[in-house]
Design a protein around this ligand. Structure first.
Ligand code: PNS
Length: 167
């Protein structure tokens, strides 16, 4: 029997405050597994972000420009509801270390409970990026450390301006 053509839409949700090279690697690899990958920034965050959602959208759009099947969007409320609106059947998440596992498992099981038709797919972070987090990158640049190679160059410029020059 001939396979039925259907396109797989995946969502890659997160805070991306800001995007790191670890996120970008996941986007690059995740995009190969689906027909469309939507990077989805959570809007209703409790934590004080360094960059506004609009700034994060701009930064993400800049760095995903080389990937024609990747787009950037933002959402409020439940992720599975947003997935439904977008026709996405896959949620993509990255795992860096065993410490990520518990949090990710909880979210994946909750999302499955809310919407069994959506599968969460995990990709293991590349070794060279497995220690990078947006939180640590912000801390290191704030304390005068070198973050070259941890975030895309355009993001490094924005971080420098925001954290060191208050712009
Ligand atoms: O990069 P982060 O901050 O770890 O991403 C967390 C995110 C955005 C994936 C998660 O907070 C989320 O999906 N929030 C939406 C609210 C929701 O759907 N909650 C119920 C399932 S956990």
């Amino acid at each position: 029997m001939a396979p039925t053509p259907h396109s797989v839409i995946a969502l890659y949700p997160g805070s991306f405050d800001p995007i790191t090279n670890g996120h970008l690697d996941l986007i690059e690899r995740g995009a190969k597994l689906c027909d469309r990958l939507i990077v989805a920034i959570l809007r209703n965050e409790e934590k004080e972000p360094l960059f506004t959602v609009e700034e994060r959208i701009e930064m993400l759009r800049e760095v995903v420009r080389p990937y024609p099947t990747v787009e950037v969007d933002s959402f409020n409320g439940l992720l599975v509801q947003f997935a439904g609106q977008k026709g996405a059947t896959v949620i993509l998440r990255g795992i860096r270390a065993i410490s990520d596992y518990e949090y990710e498992l909880q979210m994946a099981l909750m999302n499955r409970r809310l919407c069994p038709a959506i599968e969460t797919v995990f990709l293991m972070a590349k070794e060279e990026y497995s220690f990078i987090s947006s939180r640590l990158v912000k801390q290191v640049i704030g304390l005068g450390g070198n973050i070259a190679g941890l975030v895309p160059p355009s993001v490094e410029v924005r971080l420098r301006n925001r954290v060191l020059n208050g712009r």
